[in-house]
Design a protein around this ligand. Structure first.
Ligand code: ADP
Ligand code: MG
Length: 564
């Protein structure tokens, strides 16, 4: 029985369609990458489900993706032998914005945010990008394990409604047919499609097959006939399983782009194989631009680190394999020894995984350190994008606190302007003889920090002060009490570093000023704890100071603002 019906898209889908088709206009070709990525996900899912249920692969054990085109019909067809979809799944996946990437995309793009193609590239906007080039899309799909009669046909012009009907499909998997818009003929070309496959999807781990074209045939003969001979257009190897020495930079970059759905190059990467009682491979990347979910503070749904077991994709496991402060990292972990049927719950208490996580953290910190040494410009850009995220590590990762602190850079009274260029090691190297602390000041902004009267005495004595003005600094400094054995101290707190001559002078001044201090104290009454002669100032007549146990004024204000 064929049950045909017409349904309306969920309201948000119409919005997504509108945003995607308009903002991807200058990156139309992305549609192919997104549809291939869905086909590849579908093959991954089937391979994973088949571990527990090998019958799912019955009939056709081979997982592959076919891309073909038809000049006369003006269609492009993608077919995969992956998991397929049931009718309910079609409705949920193609009729609503169930998919995580698309939901985040909508949240991000429909506010004040301008729909910028550079940012869109980082979501994986997925299926709906088909409507950038097509005015009608037909999907034929059958879930692995279901009978041929359980097939489904979905069709839409992407304008608010879609049609659903039953279909008898001999093979499992999904076929997507794009009926191209009038002026999109450039994609009806084997050479063009093949170069797009290479550009965006070379490292998809399944063969992407295209009809073989006769080498010297004219345009007309190039059209695939009824039974095309297929050839594989992509590399189809799991890049991370190949030896480092055989992989070029461009291959690494291309893999990063398809993995991270990013248009930009990665800043750096590290590729390692650990052999031993527990063997695993890691390929980890530092992006050069902040991905959008990070800017959105999207901590709940972290994507970007894929867990494989012996080349079988298991799940996105960024949360299990990386601490939150390294959430910008993208990459692949492929383990040899984990049980294949792991669940998310199991992963959270798995000791082997804990060890892999430790190795990932170490690799990433090594990589950032190496970047700071070998590529200062890239490192500066990296810190600009991710420095504040990294600072969270000072609070979260006690074991690596010193290593992380070493990587941070700050503005200081001895650096140019607001640029954050001074490392704690730079500071230590410039410390005055006898100086026993690393001094800093915190404020709402760089100018407030740099202009504070608290700095006068330090300037007069040529003692460097770090100028901290990022929102996270106060919180971080609460946990960074010392570095390389030297305490970090706020300039407004406690005693200043004085030499013997200073001390004598100050005592004398205090004696002379005693009557004045008495008077001031009476005048100010309850509002102050103490009035004393200070060595902090050289030009300003007075300033407020804190005793050691008091909160910095900047933090006190932040807490007041937060209503505490
Ligand atoms: P995402 O890939 O980020 O989940 P998409 O918009 O690309 O978002 O796809 C939406 C959903 O549709 C997918 O999550 C998947 O469940 C389903 N889907 C899309 N293409 C296929 C396919 N070729 N085979 C099986 N399911 C698919
Ligand atoms: Mg997708």
């Amino acid at each position: 029985t064929t049950t045909a019906e017409t349904r309306k898209f969920e309201a948000e889908v119409a919005q997504v369609l509108h945003l995607v088709t308009h903002s991807l206009y200058s990156h139309k070709e992305i549609f192919l990458r997104e549809l291939i990525s869905n086909a590849s996900d579908a093959c991954d899912k089937l391979r994973f489900e088949a571990i527990a249920n090998p019958d799912l692969l019955a009939g056709d054990g081979e997982l592959h993706i076919d891309v073909s085109w038809d000049k006369d019909a003006r269609t492009i067809t993608l077919r995969d032998t992956g998991i397929g979809m049931s009718r309910d799944e079609v409705v949920a996946n193609l009729g609503s914005i169930a998919s995580s990437g698309t939901r985040r995309f909508l949240e991000a793009m429909s506010g004040e945010q301008k729909a910028d193609a550079r940012l869109i590239g980082q979501f994986g906007v997925g299926f709906y990008s088909a409507f950038v080039v097509a005015d009608r899309v037909t999907v034929l799909t059958r879930r692995a394990g279901d009978a041929p009669e359980a097939g489904v046909k979905w069709e839409s012009d992407g304008r608010g409604e879609y049609a659903l009907e039953s279909a008898v499909l001999r093979e499992r998997g999904t076929t997507v047919v794009l009926h191209l818009k009038a002026d999109e003929d450039e994609f009806l070309d084997g050479w063009k499609l093949r170069s797009l496959v290479r550009k965006y999807s070379d490292h998809v781990a399944f063969p992407i097959r295209m009809p073989k074209e006769a080498p010297f045939a004219g345009d007309d003969e190039a059209k695939p006939d009824a039974a095309p001979e297929w050839e594989t257009a992509n590399d189809a190897s799991a890049l991370w399983t190949r030896p480092k020495s055989e992989i070029g930079d461009e291959e690494y970059q291309n893999f990063y782009k398809s993995l991270g759905h990013d248009f930009n190059d990665a800043a750096a990467w590290t590729h390692n194989r650990v052999e031993g009682s527990q063997s695993f491979t890691t390929l980890l990347y530092l992006p050069s631009q902040p991905p959008f979910d990070l800017m959105m503070g999207g901590r709940d749904e972290r994507k970007g680190l894929k867990l494989y077991i012996k080349r079988v994709f298991i799940m996105d496991a960024a949360e299990e394999l990386l601490p939150s402060y390294l959430r910008f990292v993208r990459g692949v972990v492929d383990a040899d020894d984990l049980p294949l049927n792991v669940s998310r719950e199991l992963l959270q208490h798995n000791r082997q995984l804990e060890r892999i996580k430790g190795a990932c953290v170490k690799r990433v910190l090594d990589l950032i350190e190496k970047l700071s040494r070998d590529a200062p410009e890239k490192f500066t850009a990296f810190l600009k994008a991710f420095g504040n995220t990294l600072k969270e590590g000072i609070v979260e990762d006690h074991g690596n606190r010193e290593r992380i602190a070493k990587l941070l850079r700050f503005a200081s009274t001895k650096s140019e302007g607001a640029a954050q260029t001074v490392s704690l090691d730079d500071y230590l190297g410039r410390m005055a003889p006898g100086q026993d602390a690393i001094w800093y000041i915190t404020a709402d902004g760089h100018r407030a920090a740099a202009g504070s009267p608290q700095l006068e005495a330090f300037r007069a004595k040529d003692i460097e002060v770090l100028l901290m003005s990022d929102r996270i600094d106060e919180w971080m400094l609460g946990h960074l009490r010392e570095y390389a054995g030297k305490p970090l101290r706020h300039v407004a707190k406690g005693e200043l570093p004085l030499d013997a001559a200073d001390k004598a002078k100050q005592e004398e001044a205090a004696k002379a000023a005693a009557p004045l201090l008495e008077k001031l104290k009476t005048l100010l009454g309850e509002r102050v704890e103490e009035v004393r002669v200070s060595a902090r100032l050289t030009d300003s007549p007075s300033c407020l100071a804190l005793s050691d146990h008091e909160m910095a004024p900047h933090l006190a204000r932040l807490l007041r603002e937060a209503g505490q």
